[in-house]
Ligand binder design. Sequence first.
Ligand code: GLN
Length: 305
Amino acid sequence: MNYQEILDEIAQDIRPLLSEGKVADYIPALAEVKKEQFAMTLTLFDGTQISTGCSEKLFSIQSISKVFTFTQALKYYGVELYKRIGREPSGNPFNSLVQLEYEHGKPRNPFINAGAINVTDALISSAGERAYENLLTFIQSIANDKTITSDNRVATSEMQHGYRNLALANLMKSFDNLHNDTDEVVKTYFKHCAIEMNTQMLSRSMLYLANYGRDPLSNQEYISKEQAKRINAVMLTCGHYDASGDFAYRVGLPGKSGVGGGIVAVVPKQMGICVWSPGLNAQGNSLVGTKALELFTTRTGLSIF
Ligand code: GLN
């Protein structure tokens, strides 16, 4: 299959859509990002990368970081983690408070904001002040890039406007399902959301999930085969919030989006993928990114279905 040709064709075909969607302006630092941008990268098991568009351009990974925090928490706590968070789709917006109230402070899954804030709390409980550094080291390792870091401007901007995320943290605390200082937990959460990567780094970072928890290039095992299966399953069912069903229907791959406009996806036993375009649809997922992945799996037949 000529992947380069396929990606270049997709880049052409999505052009008319680049002016659609809306950047995540509820985070002032992200409101400044130009909407008409697109990049897509595939990373194969031998390390070959095929890209189209501005694949070296760094962007805010936002909720894609939730895949990495979930991986770390699952590795440390195992199934104990499910005492504090569920693994069912929420069918609600990513930052919703309502469900959390009537489900007694237990977030539906690790990929909605409440779930990820809860996972961050669990990581702080296990690693203390080193929680963020440990996470960053892990990301640098799976992406094979030591330059990766967080953009403090974005993290600070979120903290200044993070009323809803602080409300989620405080609500969980009121149900005794959050154990550290809420400000510290939310600050750490914003810091990992503000990590900057490009599509090359992010597609590379998905290889361990495409290969049973083991990086096919370094042969390092990051998580067990069983845990890799679970993470992929939760990505498929919960990775796109209340549009997870639509993403499975259209793309048919485990995936995770972020409001920075990135989407990572996993083709089991074959490759890691990342696409980026900052214009979002109503559910907060990259509009063009979703379309590009839909075109990719339709043209290559590489969905899991
Ligand atoms: N940092 C963002 C927030 O908390 C992450 C949301 C997202 O990417 N869906 O609102």
